[in-house]
Design a protein around this ligand. Structure first.
Ligand SMILES: [Zn+2]
Length: 461
């Protein structure tokens, strides 16, 4: 086996900022180029230079469109990368929505910080946005589509093979082969019981594998139990007459919840009430999903093929402009409202929380992970009073949490997928350190050689 060098510039001993630099002899390939998200210490890392020369890369291959996998691409282009960015066609479409949104948010934050700094006479202390719309446009122009299950040359002497990862629309695992070494990168692997995506295809045997470990320490609740719980909570919430708020992430979770609502409403298990998708980004992404091409579970694909929309419950309304969004404030009961952000840290969901949390007939149904320090975590933790836009709100609505809606592989999914890689040396990435360390112990007990790479440190194999 020839040498290969792996250098993680993100998602090393953390779950965010996925970016792995792989060097085969002379060819240099970057796998993902994601944004660090989370607290300010993590966000600062986005401003640190890449631990490699962007202009010296031969190719970038992207596993899927989540911001923590594509969000630093415009920075890479801004810093001199002018080669191809390989990804599935669906990932390119998702990245377009996600990157434009990211550039817009950065501009907004920048202008707000600037206004504040002017009043304090400290304009020169405000940091410029990481990138702008122009950088995003230049980045999107570099994308080259790669079909699933067909190997193509991506760099001198290096071939790439994408396989469905079952995580979000367009998501892929990436197999690179160069100089006699085969390296497989999991990207993010899906939950085998995803309502929308078929399970990940198993990898071939390889020499080195980089595998995500987001939920390596747990197994998810079954889909049947999750659907049962979702239906029960929605029925009882609607019966109480109030609005039902569902804070959602724009990519995948919104579409999965819309799909479940459609299924329950068309089968008569739930009454057909108005459903608002109050998020311009989730609306755009739902339209990308509606045009998905043979990438869903057969029952989802069958609906698309028959000309019906799997992501449209009967009373669905997309509210894109702010006037339409504000008009929902007049609806005091009987509607289901999906809005971001998923952890209730910003976005339109805050307006809906302000108008509904104090009503005892209202409900909030939490379907995603809530990090500590977020409003979502406070509500799930039973807070009696919260502050929204500087106003104190008494929490009288019922707060429900449904844990089973994960788009990520659980422990058993990861073990099944890893088994396909034979006795490849394992690099654990994209996880919390404690979770990785426990998983490493388990894999070593099976005789695997395991490394949890440190950020910005090269490893030769
Ligand atoms: Zn992801």
């Amino acid at each position: 086996m020839a040498t290969v060098e792996i250098l993680s510039a993100g998602a090393a001993r953390t779950v965010t900022g996925s970016a792995h630099h792989v060097r085969f002899d002379e060819a240099r390939v970057l796998l993902d180029c994601g944004l660090f998200q989370g607290g300010s210490a993590l966000q600062r890392r986005n401003r640190q230079p890449f631990p490699f020369e962007p202009g010296a890369l031969d190719a970038v291959v992207v596993s899927h469109g989540h911001l923590d996998h594509v969000g630093r691409l415009p920075l890479l282009v801004r810093q001199g990368y002018d080669g191809p960015i390989f990804a599935t066609a669906a990932t390119r479409k998702i990245a377009e929505v996600i990157l434009h949104d990211a550039a817009g948010l950065q501009q907004e934050d920048y202008r707000r910080a600037l206004r504040r700094a002017r009043r304090a006479g400290r304009e020169d202390e405000v940091e410029e946005p990481l990138y702008d719309e122009h950088d995003v446009a230049r980045t999107l122009a570099r994308f080259r589509p790669l079909a699933m299950d067909r190997a193509s040359q991506v760099a001198p002497g290096v071939r790439a093979l994408l396989r469905p990862a079952g995580h979000v629309l367009g998501s892929a695992t990436v197999e690179l082969e160069g100089g006699g070494t085969r390296l497989t990168f999991s990207g993010d692997l899906g939950n085998r019981e995803s309502p929308l995506q078929a399970p990940a295809e198993l990898p071939r045997e390889c020499d080195v594998v980089l595998v995500e470990t987001t939920y390596a320490e747990r197994n998810h609740r079954s889909r049947a139990a999750t659907e049962e719980e979702f239906q029960k909570i929605l029925r009882s919430s609607l019966a109480r007459g109030g609005n039902v708020l569902i804070p959602t992430f724009a990519l995948e979770r919104s579409q999965a919840v819309l799909y479940e609502l459609r299924r329950l409403m068309t089968s008569g298990a739930l009454p057909q009430v108005p459903v608002y998708l109050d998020s311009p980004m989730a609306t755009r992404l739902t339209h990308v999903y509606e045009n998905g091409d043979n990438e869903f579970r057969p029952e989802v694909q069958a609906l698309l093929d028959a000309g019906s929309d799997p992501f449209a419950p009967p009373g669905l309304e997309f509210t894109v402009d702010t006037e339409a969004s504000k008009a929902i404030n007049d609806v005091t009961g009987g509607a289901i409202i999906l809005a971001g952000s998923g952890m209730m840290t910003g976005g339109r969901i805050l307006h809906h929380l302000k108008h509904n949390l104090w009503r005892e007939e209202a409900s909030v149904v939490v379907v995603g992970y809530q990090a500590s320090g977020t409003l979502g975590r406070s509500l799930v933790g039973g807070a009696q009073r919260v502050h929204i836009f500087g106003e104190e709100i008494r929490v009288r609505a019922r707060i429900h949490t449904i844990g089973g809606f994960s788009a990520h592989a659980d422990h058993d999914d990861l073990r099944t997928w890893l088994a396909g890689t034979g006795d490849a040396e394992v690099f654990l990435v994209h996880g919390e350190p404690e979770v990785m360390d426990a998983f490493a112990v388990e894999l070593r007990a099976d005789g695997r050689v395991v490394t949890s790479p440190e950020l910005d440190r090269p490893y030769q194999r």
